[in-house]
Design a protein around this ligand. Structure first.
Ligand SMILES: Cc1ncc(COP(=O)(O)O)c(C=O)c1O
Length: 418
């Protein structure tokens, strides 16, 4: 009775063919208050699948502030921000503006920051060039301005020659040219080539960049402002940054770091996700203010250092055991290439049985033959937990390779080495 797009049917095949129920979309029945221990179907595992990179979501101050806000205002203030809104928005945005040295708009989701920003900034007569690995939410949200007349082209991942060739071709045809990319890429944990991109910004006056730095937020940069801002610090008039409050920041929601006040005012007055959507939930505003205050102290540096030491430790072990990791950039995300969906999901299932949970990067997030274990590290992990995880991966991977008659070279097929 209903028809579906090709990619959805393909993704559905994965569910139909494999015993997915043991390795994907798993119900968590218990979460430890201090550590990364979770219970999946009442079986305790250490999770390496959380994007709360600093563990701030477990911080007492965030929890108490969220509860206090709900006690004061109720669990819901149900109104578009255009009518009346909780003044906590102003406090949160002022604290974040202090972090970024730029006006900040808090949004209900990162996706919804893209929605408003792309709708209002990327216009018919402009051109947009999007990295093929830019996050799916960017690829989805660009469809609306594209339908209205924005010219959109794609480049191979981080291919600067291709980018510049397209910029040159769009000169004269397009009034403004937008490059759209992630700061930290969510699957392989690699990053945007900031130095070269800044050079392109200097070279082309009509080039603008729209970044999504959801996975760079909090664990990197001064005051936890993220990977992109580490390279900008005081911002750039032609850079618009969307970030997430739902990963390192520890709560949920998103934010748009506006190049100037005019852009922020325009988003408030006409942004589709501001005018026509509900505002940030009460608890998130309360907890967000507490999180932003922590970002403005030295405490954030200690958490960043703890995570970076875990990252270095993982890299050291993964190299020692020659794990087929796609990219070793120093971010909290690592992708161990498994190739087939069957191998990746079975490996995940075996790891769960052995007390570890890792996400499986699977189609459509990656290519159908590029399934892999997507490991995310946090400041809450201990070195011992990381050692135990790597040992378990090595053992289970070897057992599975033997069962499947595969070698490490087979797993590495399709692996893009740095
Ligand atoms: C890079 C990136 N951008 C955006 C999003 C979507 O974030 P949100 O759920 O806040 O819309 C995600 C998803 O987790 C992401 O990884």
């Amino acid at each position: 009775m209903y028809n579906y797009p090709e990619y959805a049917l393909k993704a559905n095949e994965v569910f139909a063919k494999l015993d997915w129920k043991n390795s994907g979309q798993l119900p968590v029945t218990k979460v430890n208050k201090k550590t990364n221990k979770i219970d999946i179907n009442n079986h305790t595992v250490i999770s390496f699948g959380s994007s709360s990179y600093l563990g701030l979501h477990k911080d007492r101050r965030l929890i108490d502030a969220g509860i206090e806000a709900m006690q004061k205002y109720g669990i819901l203030y149900s109104s578009s921000r255009s009518y009346t809104y909780l003044s906590m928005h102003n406090e949160l945005e002022a604290l974040m503006a202090q972090m970024f040295n730029k006006p900040v708009l808090a949004t209900i989701q990162t996706t919804m920051a893209h929605f408003s920003a792309m709708q209002l900034l990327m216009l018919p007569g402009h051109g947009a060039i999007i990295d093929m690995q830019a996050h799916a939410t960017l690829q989805n949200m660009i469809l609306l301005p594209r339908a209205l007349g924005l010219k959109v082209e794609t480049i191979l991942h981080n291919d600067l020659n291709m980018l510049e060739a397209k910029i040159k071709r769009m000169q004269g045809i397009c009034k403004k040219i937008w490059y759209i990319a992630d700061g930290v890429y969510s699957m392989y944990g690699d990053t945007a080539p900031m130095h070269e991109l800044m050079q392109l910004l200097d070279k082309y006056e009509n080039l603008y960049i729209y970044f999504d730095d959801a996975h760079g937020m909090s664990w990197d940069g001064i005051n936890g402002t993220g990977f992109i801002w580490k390279h900008l610090v005081t911002g750039h008039e032609r850079i618009v940054l969307a970030t997430s409050l739902g990963k390192g920041f520890g709560l949920g929601g998103g934010a748009l770091i506006c190049p100037n006040q005019e852009v922020k005012d325009m988003m408030l007055r006409a942004g589709g996700s501001v005018v026509f959507c509900t505002q940030l939930p009460v608890q998130m505003l309360g907890s967000g203010i507490a999180a932003a205050k922590i970002h403005l102290t030295n405490e954030i540096n200690a958490l960043q250092d703890k995570l970076k030491s875990n990252i270095d430790y993982f890299i050291q072990l993964a190299k020692k055991f020659k794990l087929p990791v796609i990219d070793f950039t120093c971010t909290p995300i690592f992708f161990i290439h498994c190739g087939s969906q069957q191998f990746g999901l079975t490996l995940c299932e075996r790891l769960i049985k052995n007390g570890f949970y890792v996400n499986v990067g699977i189609y459509p997030a990656v290519g159908p033959k590029n399934t892999g274990l997507r490991i995310s590290l946090t400041a809450l992990h201990t070195k011992q937990e990381i050692t135990n995880l790597v040992n378990a991966i090595v053992i289970q991977m070897n057992i599975l390779m033997e069962e499947y008659g595969l070698t490490i070279n087979d797993l590495e097929k399709g692996l893009r080495k740095k």
